[in-house]
Write a protein that binds this ligand. Structure first.
Ligand code: SAM
Length: 264
């Protein structure tokens, strides 16, 4: 079962590296949400689209309950198996989010992080989450971006549109998933709250550190979008210069949705 067919093999390691960094950098916005939905005292939790397991590891730290983590990619699950080998409260399963291999009303909490943007049919995924959660249980979809809200200074007319959605679309994702979260959750019959997780603007030092970790990933995305090496070099020079000068500002909203399944 290949769920991320648009990630070529040579990009897999870069992608795992990016997920690891992303998990670290976004912990400050995810952890308050996990505490808010009562993860600590939940009995059975489902984490959908667990990928390499780095976010599942945060969940495992925060709960006394058992976690079933599911992903549609065997390759991802191989990485997750290593990352999560110390966590006896996590069970890994292969499966499609659009067709969850679980009975109705099983879980106290269902989580997903950065999944709906990549799902082939996000409404079907949320409907499935609503099916498997117990009445009164809570679903959290975190870190679902909306690149339409991306702000960046200094501007770069050739590169900005690529990072503001084109690169996501080219890989089969929906760069505007953030604004659709309310629709998806309400349509699934959930009592819905929507918010933005990342209210803090990163410092230039933080943006710089992130850039160097994720550089290979970004440069490859620009090459795939058709930019010449010359354009990429010039963009990178200007980008790093504005970070060194401490004048760069970079922000895009990461939405979350919390859905409660009504009691019968
Ligand atoms: C961007 S990664 C996020 C991984 C992890 N949640 C994190 O935040 O680090 C998205 C993951 O969702 C998985 N995925 C995407 N669509 C899926 C689907 N329909 N069913 C199951 N897994 C899916 C992919 O295989 C990938 O591992």
């Amino acid at each position: 079962m290949a769920v991320n067919p648009k990630i070529p093999e040579n990009r897999f390691d870069d992608f795992i590296k990016k997920l690891e960094l992303q998990a670290l950098e976004t912990a400050e916005e995810r952890i308050p949400l996990y505490l808010k939905i009562g993860l600590k005292d939940a009995g059975l939790i489902l984490d959908i689209g667990c990928g390499s397991g780095m976010v599942t590891r945060d969940i495992a730290h925060l709960t006394k309950g058992k976690i079933i983590a599911i992903d549609g990619s065997e390759e991802m699950l191989k990485v997750a198996k290593k990352i999560l080998k110390m966590y006896k409260n996590v069970e890994l399963r292969l499966g499609e989010a659009e067709n969850l291999p679980f009975d109705d009303n099983m879980f106290d909490i269902v989580t997903c992080n950065l999944l709906l943007m990549w799902a082939k049919n996000p409404q079907k995924v949320v409907n499935e989450m609503a099916r498997v959660i117990k009445p009164g249980g809570t679903i959290l979809a975190s870190l679902e971006p909306d690149y339409g809200g991306k702000l960046h200074w200094p501007e770069h007319p050739k590169v900005d549109p690529i990072f503001a959605g084109e690169a996501i679309k080219a890989r089969g994702g929906d760069p505007h998933i953030g604004r659709k979260l309310r629709l998806l959750f309400v349509r699934a019959g959930l009592e819905t709250t929507i918010g933005i997780g990342n209210t803090r603007i990163w410092s230039c030092q933080e943006d710089r550190a992130y850039y160097f970790h994720a550089r290979d990933f970004y440069v490859k995305a620009l090459k795939e979008a058709g930019l010449s090496q010359n354009d990429i070099d010039k963009w990178e020079y200007d980008y790093l210069k504005s970070l060194d000068e401490g004048v760069q500002l970079n922000f895009f909203p990461q939405f979350y949705a919390i859905g409660k399944k009504p009691q019968d």
